[in-house]
Design a protein around this ligand. Structure first.
Ligand code: AVJ
Length: 319
C-alpha cells in the first residue's frame, strides 16, 4: 500500500451486527436463507481461492484463458491513462494479466473482505512499484461510492469471476446501474459472466470431488458459531448444489440431516429433516441476456468474447 492510499475499512462490530441481523432474519424466514456475501470472511476467501483450483470448477481457468487471449485488444479499447478498478479484488492472477497489458495509471481494489483486500493490494503494490495502488471496502449490494479523482484517469472497472451472478437479475441490474453512476460517463466495464450450459457441467462444478465447495458452504455455519456464539452442529448439515433450469441459476443449500436445532442470539430455530438454508444463487446468462441486462442498467455493450466451448463470456461495455 502506498502513502496516497485512501483506505476505507469497515468497523468490525458493525460487521458482526450485520451478520447477526442477517442470520436471525434468514433463519426466521421460510424458506430459510443467508446472503452469499457472508461467505467471504478471510477463511471463506481462501476457500474460494481453493475452489478456483478444482478441476471441476471451470469458470476461473476459462476466464483466465479468455483474458489472456483478449488483453491486447482490451488495452486498445481502454486506451492510455486508465484507472483499473477491480470489483471484488483478490483475483490477483487475473488482474496481473491485465496490468501487464494495460499499464494503467492506477489501480483501485474494491472488495467486501477488508483483511483479504489489504493483503492482496499490499502484495500488488510491492510487485508493481510504478503503480498507484489504492483499496476501498465496498459492499455492492448497497449504495456505494468509489474514491475516484474527478479529472483523473478514465476508470475501467474489472468485474471478473461472474460475481454478478450472485445477484438476482433485478438486483444485478441495480448493482450495474450503481456501478455506472459511480464510474461516471466515458468509463468502461470489463465483466466476466458465466454462460448457460449443460447442467451436468454446472452440477459438477459446484460439487467438486475434493469437497472444497462443501467446506466453503459450511464456512457460513462456522462463522455463526465463532463470531456470533451460535450453538449448532456444522456436520449436521449437508452441502447441496444443483442447477435450477427454471430460474437459470445454480443454487447452494445447507440441508439438515435429520431434525435438529440452532440456537442464535437467544432464539431457537428448529429444523426438520431435509429442511435447508439457501446460501447462494449463481445465475447463468446467455450472451444476449447479459447484453440486455447491461443496456437496462445504462451500459452500451461494445464487445463480447467467449472460449471455444462457450462455457464463459467476457463482456466489454461503456457508460
Ligand atoms: C464467485 C459467485 C462467481 O457462483 O461460481 C463458487 C461462487 N460458489 N462455488 C460462483 C461459488 C460456489 C462463485 N462466484
Amino acid at each position: 500500500m502506498n502513502e496516497t492510499a485512501h483506505d476505507l475499512g469497515p468497523a468490525d462490530d458493525a460487521g458482526r451486527a450485520e451478520l447477526l441481523e442477517a442470520a436471525l432474519a434468514g433463519l426466521r424466514a421460510r424458506p430459510r436463507g443467508l446472503s452469499p456475501k457472508f461467505f467471504y470472511d478471510e477463511r471463506g476467501s481462501r476457500l474460494f481461492d481453493a475452489i478456483c483450483e478444482q478441476p471441476e470448477y471451470y469458470p476461473t481457468r476459462t476466464e483466465m484463458a479468455i483474458l489472456e487471449t483478449i488483453r491486447a485488444e482490451v488495452a486498445e479499447l481502454a486506451g492510455r491513462d486508465t484507472l483499473l478498478v477491480e470489483m471484488g479484488a483478490g483475483a490477483a492472477r487475473k488482474v496481473r494479466l491485465l496490468l501487464d497489458a494495460l499499464e494503467p495509471a492506477g489501480y483501485l481494489g474494491a472488495d467486501i473482505s477488508w483483511d483479504f483486500l489489504r493483503e492482496c493490494t499490499e502484495r500488488l503494490a510491492a510487485d508493481y512499484p510504478w503503480l498507484d495502488v489504492r483499496a476501498a471496502c465496498v459492499d455492492y449490494s448497497r449504495d456505494f461510492d468509489l474514491p475516484l479523482d474527478p479529472g483523473g484517469p478514465r476508470p475501467l472497472a474489472f468485474f471478473p469471476g461472474s460475481s454478478i451472478g450472485n445477484f438476482h437479475p433485478e438486483e444485478a441490474r441495480a448493482v450495474l446501474a450503481r456501478l455506472a453512476a459511480a464510474l461516471g460517463t466515458g468509463a468502461g466495464l470489463l465483466i466476466g459472466v458465466d454462460l448457460k450450459k449443460d447442467p451436468a457441467i454446472l452440477n459438477a462444478a459446484y460439487n467438486d470431488a475434493a469437497g472444497v465447495t462443501a467446506a466453503f458452504n459450511h464456512n457460513l455455519l462456522l462463522r455463526l458459531r465463532e463470531e456470533l456464539g451460535a450453538e449448532l452442529d456444522p456436520d449436521g448439515f449437508a452441502h447441496r448444489a444443483f442447477y435450477n433450469p427454471d430460474a437459470g441459476r445454480v443454487e447452494m443449500h445447507l440441508a439438515s440431516q435429520g431434525p435438529q436445532r440452532i440456537e442464535l442470539g437467544g432464539e431457537l430455530f428448529e429444523f426438520e429433516d431435509g429442511e435447508t438454508i439457501h446460501t447462494e444463487c449463481s445465475y447463468k446468462y446467455t450472451v444476449e441476456e447479459f447484453q440486455d441486462l447491461g443496456r437496462s442498467a445504462g451500459f452500451a455493450p461494445r464487445r463480447v468474447w467467449t472460449d471455444p466451448e462457450e462455457l464463459f463470456s467476457v463482456h466489454y461495455l461503456t457508460t
